[in-house]
Design a protein around this ligand. Structure first.
Ligand SMILES: [Zn+2]
Ligand SMILES: [Zn+2]
Length: 372
């Protein structure tokens, strides 16, 4: 790992020293940066579903443990749309959306560790956590009760700059395609985490929904060596799903085809946010198989106890991943040359990009290129 460029940051430095460093950061701006402090420009939504407007934002002093990142590219995820619309009832306005950032560090707080000005980093769904709770201390920072969602009560990446706690600004491997890295930081880790946790290379894995998340899941599972089946409602995606590495493609609208797959899958990852024939999908699981949900479907998923009990099956879910899981995913993506398939828009065309996402026609992930 890179070394810290802060002078007062030796591992031996005690709490007292750290406290005085963080105090001085606020008072005298000791954070390291290139150039003068700047006001940010950002696309701001004032209320649910209101068109975003370009505004200048005074970010205030940089937190002692935070870093500032100049945004080069930011993916557009379906969750941005959900938060913009307040679909989940958790949105806070004004909202600055965007949580799949690829950028470069422009300032480092005096107590931030491991990052240097100029370094390429990514920021995803979360941008801070408490760093001392049971979950943080055991490496599951993404499950921290105080985890800071990047686009709720925090300024997101459709802006000139974003800030994050140093631990959540993840260094991007050199080999990774920088312009396409953004979608890995949310969509990528969301599907990689359950694969890394539950799948073996010998497994039969089904990926339900071949969109932003699902197409990356197919690529990851194929690179891992799994036998991969893609489920999609859109026949126009059959060939492309095979191009991403799927061994088989099945129409999710074809109950007979799904029934034929009964007892097949060790792991089924659902990336869709619509209601499926859950009974039929669970029926495709092999003994000990698992249905893992990462698509935020709002209606409950009914599960018959016997379909779990008799075949010892599970149903589970997970949100994004920890910083180490993200770094591991980026390393795997770089090693296997995995990148999302994207459509690029200039960030100034943000309204057009959101409309494209809403149309459901994006193939497969939209990335906005900063052009302030
Ligand atoms: Zn996302
Ligand atoms: Zn915590």
């Amino acid at each position: 790992m890179s070394t810290s460029i802060q002078t007062g940051n030796e591992p031996a430095s005690g709490l007292k020293q750290k406290q005085s460093a963080s105090t001085s950061a606020v008072q005298s701006g000791r954070s390291v940066r290139i150039g003068d402090p700047v006001n940010y420009k950002a696309w701001v939504a004032k209320a649910a579903k209101q068109p975003m407007v370009l505004e200048t934002v005074d970010p205030g002093p940089l937190g002692a443990e935070d870093v500032e990142v100049a945004v080069d590219h930011c993916g557009l995820c379906h969750s941005d749309l959900s938060v913009w619309n307040n679909d989940w009832g958790i949105s806070q306005y004004p909202a600055i959306l965007g949580h799949e950032v690829a950028g470069r560090v422009t300032a480092v707080g005096p107590s931030a560790k491991g990052l240097q000005v100029g370094q390429p980093v990514g920021v995803g769904w979360n941008s801070a956590s408490c760093m001392h709770c049971h979950q943080c201390m055991s490496g599951s920072h993404h499950l921290c009760p105080q985890v800071q969602v990047t686009i709720v009560g925090h300024r997101g990446g459709f802006a000139t700059h974003i800030r994050a706690h140093w631990a959540w600004a993840i260094p991007l491997p050199e080999k990774l395609n920088f312009a396409e890295a953004g979608p890995l930081l949310c969509g990528g880790i969301t599907v990689f985490a359950p694969l890394a946790r539950f799948a073996k290379p010998t497994d039969r894995v089904g990926i339900v929904g071949i969109g932003g998340l699902g197409h990356m899941a197919v690529k990851f599972a194929a690179a891992y060596g799994c036998d991969v089946t893609a489920f999609t409602s859109s026949e126009s995606k059959f060939d492309e799903a095979k191009g991403f590495g799927a061994d088989h493609v099945v129409s999710s609208k074809d109950p007979a085809a799904i029934r034929k797959l009964g007892g097949s899958f060790d792991l089924l990852i659902s990336t869709v946010n619509v209601t499926l024939d859950w009974d039929a999908m669970i029926g495709t699981l092999a003994p000990n198989g698992r249905l893992h949900v990462v698509g935020a479907v709002l209606d409950p998923i009914p599960v018959a106890a016997f379909s779990l009990i008799l075949q010892q099956r599970s149903v589970s879910g997970s949100p994004a991943g920890s910083p180490v899981a993200i770094a591991t995913m980026l390393d795997f993506a770089a090693r296997h040359d995995i990148a999302p398939q994207t459509e690029h828009f200039r960030m100034s065309n943000i309204h057009e990009a959101f409309a494209r996402l809403q149309s459901g026609k994006a193939r497969y992930r939209i990335v906005l290129d900063a052009d302030f």
